[in-house]
Design a binder for this molecule. Structure first.
Ligand SMILES: C[S@@+](CC[C@H](N)C(=O)[O-])C[C@H]1O[C@@H](n2cnc3c(N)ncnc32)[C@H](O)[C@@H]1O
Length: 273
């Protein structure tokens, strides 16, 4: 800690950086992120796999897991609030604080966004850095381009509860299907207890034999991803884990608005297929 001329310790103003490890930490952890982990005086992490945890610990042996705030069967929101409070206590204490989350730290990650909001509201510098998310891996592994024919991405339970609009001419990515209908913490997921509710909703827009993909990006080096195609009508029988993301491909093609296309002077051939 720096000192004044009188010798009195000067408490540094705390700050917060939020970084992501990528899905496969070995390989997807960027040099920039490693530098931020190394130069922070307090590091927290929310990592789902042991290898990722070991990598963080090698860079910062004193790094602290925020996973301990999860309580079996308790609402995940309670754990998130406790995580944010723990991060903020270090920032308020004057630490150059870093919080590392797996994947992209701002993708389906309430506590990281909330910590940034809270730190800024209290007058601290706070920055989030992007990283490789499960969705980025899905685009690569499944050969899906969100630009064409378009793609919607939703948390599966919210998708049903808020009656989100469905566009069968675009792809649909549903996150957290392995804990569908459950707001509590269960490390093994809820084994698809309520998944039939999601299936019923999807069947209003897609045929029963529509092929959907259960996707799990590889977390470890030299391991293949899980890419399992099944009929939508059979989804209730599938094995779902906390890492499963569901991809529903389009069920029909796009319909071109010929009039607007002509008004814009765009040639049909110039449109990407
Ligand atoms: C709380 S979110 C965390 C997402 C993470 N921040 C990211 O950037 O991908 C957890 C959900 O992400 C998805 N997910 C996590 N790991 C995954 C993996 N290895 N493959 C595919 N999806 C994954 C699943 O839908 C899972 O339920």
């Amino acid at each position: 800690m720096p000192r004044e001329a009188s010798g009195r310790m000067i408490k540094e103003k705390g700050s917060l950086v939020v970084v992501g490890t990528g899905i496969r930490t070995v390989g997807q952890l960027t040099g920039d992120t490693i530098a931020r982990l190394k130069t922070s005086t307090k590091v927290f992490y929310i990592i789902a796999d042991l290898v990722g945890e070991q990598v963080i610990k090698q860079i910062q042996p004193a790094a602290e897991s925020l996973g301990r705030f999860y309580r079996l069967g308790r609402n995940r929101r309670e754990a998130y609030d406790a995580m944010v409070e723990r991060i903020m206590s270090a920032v308020r204490d004057g630490h150059r604080t870093c919080c590392a989350a797996y994947g992209h730290p701002g993708v389906f990650a309430f506590p990281t966004h909330e910590a940034i909001r809270r730190a800024r509201a209290e007058g601290f510098e706070a920055t989030m850095y992007p990283a490789v998310s499960a969705e980025d891996c899905l685009f690569a592994d499944l050969g899906v381009d969100p630009a064409n024919p378009g793609c919607n991405s939703h948390e599966a339970t919210r998708f049903v509860l808020y009656k989100k609009a469905v566009d069968p001419s675009s792809g649909l990515i549903l996150w957290q299907v392995g804990m569908f209908g459950d707001a509590t913490y269960r490390p093994e997921g809820n084994r698809g207890q309520w998944i039939h509710v999601l299936v019923d909703r999807l069947l209003q827009h897609y045929p029963e034999d529509h092929q959907v993909t259960l996707y799990e990006a590889a977390v470890f080096i030299n391991c293949p991803p899980r890419i399992e195609r099944i009929a939508l009508g059979k989804l209730a029988d599938a094995e779902l884990t906390p890492a499963t993301t569901l991809y529903v491909p389009p069920a029909r093609g796009d319909v071109l608005d010929e009039e607007t296309c002509a008004a814009l002077g765009i040639e049909r051939a110039a449109l990407a297929r």
